[in-house]
Every structure is written in C-alpha cells, then in structure tokens.
Design a protein around this ligand. Structure first.
Ligand code: ADP
Ligand code: MG
Length: 251
C-alpha cells in the first residue's frame, strides 16, 4: 500500500446496542478523492456506521485505517457533522463562534482563536454566502442556513476527509445547491467526502460511489454498477420498486 493512498479501509465493523446488533461485520473501502453516498432505509445503521467508523461509540469489533495509518491517529484530518436532530440548538452561541470551533483541532486545547482564525472563519462564511449572519444566534437560523454554517465550520477545519450525516434533510433547495457545489469543489481539490443521504433521486447526480446498508452491507462501489434496481430492492424491499427511482440498469 502506497503512502499516498488515503482510502479509508473499514474491516469487521460490528455494533450492538443493548445486545442487539445494529451493524454486522461491515468491511469496505471508501475511495479517496471521491464523493461517496451512504443509503439505506430508516434504522439501517447509517448513522451508526459513521459513528462506529469514527470511533465515537463502543463497537463489538472494528479496524479502520486511512491509507496505512490507524484512523485513531488521524482524527485531526476528519471533519464530521452529525445528524441535525441530535444537536442542541438552544445553546447560546453565534454563527461565527460555531465556525471558529472548526479551527480548534488545529490550535490545540489551550489556545484561543486569534485574528488569523477569525479571518478564516469569515472567509468560510462568505463561501457559504452567510457572511452577514456572523453575529446571529444559531437558534435563529433556518434549517438550510444552519447546515451552511456547519459546512463553513468544516471549511474552517481544512480537513482532508469530510463526513456528513443527512445534511440535506429539511433544508431549502438554494442551501442544498450551495452545499453541493462546495462539496464538488472540495472533491476537485482532492478531499474525500462521505455523505449519509436518504433521497434516492439524487444519488446519480451527487455521488461517485455508493454504500448501500441494511444492518449488513448490501453493496458498495461506483454508482453506475452498484445503484441498481436489484440492490435498491434488497435494501428497501419491493414496495419501493414502483414508486421510485430507477436505479441504473441491472447488469
Ligand atoms: P439510520 O441512521 O440508518 O436511520 P441508526 O444508525 O440511527 O440508523 O440506527 C440503527 C439502529 O440502531 C436502529 O434500529 C436504531 O433504533 C438503533 N439505535 C441507534 N442508536 C441507538 C442507541 N443509542 N441506543 C439503542 N439503539 C439505537
Ligand atoms: Mg441516521
């Protein structure tokens, strides 16, 4: 394995909650420099997969490498935005302060952000088109604005690997387009992007590769060969077959 290989390699990821298995023995690689979508029905274990991969919860088994380095030694290279319902929006913090949090991992625990960090945070807010909201409390933003603030925090963090859990739920089309444009630019700059997403209509537009989960790994790989009707039905069942969403033709 070459030193420049930044693929994420996950082996034997198994997670249980109170003795019930939520994810069973997932092994796969996430390709560096690509946008990978994670899909699967409600409760399939998508959020659990991200948290388990990142070492944010207790797992039954797990080996995760970035290139040839254990993930645990590479955490500063990773930016993670968790699913929004999990966040406490009544916390009194303004937009600029949230974005500045992105600079903390690089600063180290004892340092306060200075002029340089503030300039970087403001530049990130400008990229997501929210510079005039810097002093606004986060509880006073729309869902789409809030998600753009989290993307600004990711930008301020200057991470190589960007992990987003359902970033497009409950947001407006403009915010979704702004965010997706930024993610595509980040990909062009060589970043690795992993997104949990529930809207199957967008899979072929948004992602290069896809991971299809339902407690187990149903399939993963390039969208063109993986996002097939057969795999969609394996994950979602027959009911989805007619309503949706044509996967690419089965081969
Ligand atoms: P998804 O993100 O695909 O909707 P999750 O990863 O959130 O799915 O959840 C997978 C399964 O694990 C679900 O059955 C869910 O109810 C269960 N689960 C998730 N978090 C917990 C928890 N903290 N305690 C107990 N069960 C949980
Ligand atoms: Mg989830």
């Amino acid at each position: 394995m070459s030193i420049n290989n930044n693929n994420i390699t996950i082996e034997h990821l198994t997670v249980s909650y109170q003795g019930q298995k939520a994810l069973v023995n997932i092994s796969l690689q996430v390709s560096a420099g690509k946008i990978t979508g994670i899909i699967g029905p409600n409760g399939a274990g998508k959020s659990t997969f991200l948290k388990g991969m990142l070492g944010l919860l207790k797992v039954d088994s797990r080996t995760v490498f970035i290139g040839d380095q254990p993930l645990n030694t590479q955490k500063k290279r990773i930016a993670y935005v968790e699913q929004r319902s999990a966040l406490d929006l009544s916390f009194p913090i303004n937009v600029l302060e949230v974005v500045l949090l992105g600079t903390y991992p690089k600063l180290g625990i004892m340092k306060r952000p200075g002029k340089k960090e503030k300039e970087e945070a403001l530049a990130a807010l400008k990229t997501v088109q929210l510079e005039e909201f810097a002093k606004r409390q986060i509880g006073e933003l729309s869902g789409g604005q809030l998600q753009r603030v989290f993307i600004a925090r990711v930008l301020a963090q200057k991470a190589d690997i960007i992990v987003l859990d359902e970033p497009f739920v409950g947001i407006d089309m403009t915010s979704e387009r702004v965010i997706m444009d930024i993610l595509k630019q980040l990909k062009e700059a060589g970043k690795t992007i992993l997104i949990v997403h529930h809207d199957l209509h967008k899979v072929t537009h948004y992602f290069d590769e896809v991971i299809i989960l339902k407690k187990k790994l149903i399939a993963n790989g390039p969208v063109a060969t993986t996002f097939t009707n057969k795999n969609i039905q394996l994950a979602y069942g027959d009911t989805m077959g007619d309503i949706i969403i044509k996967g690419v033709a089965d081969t």
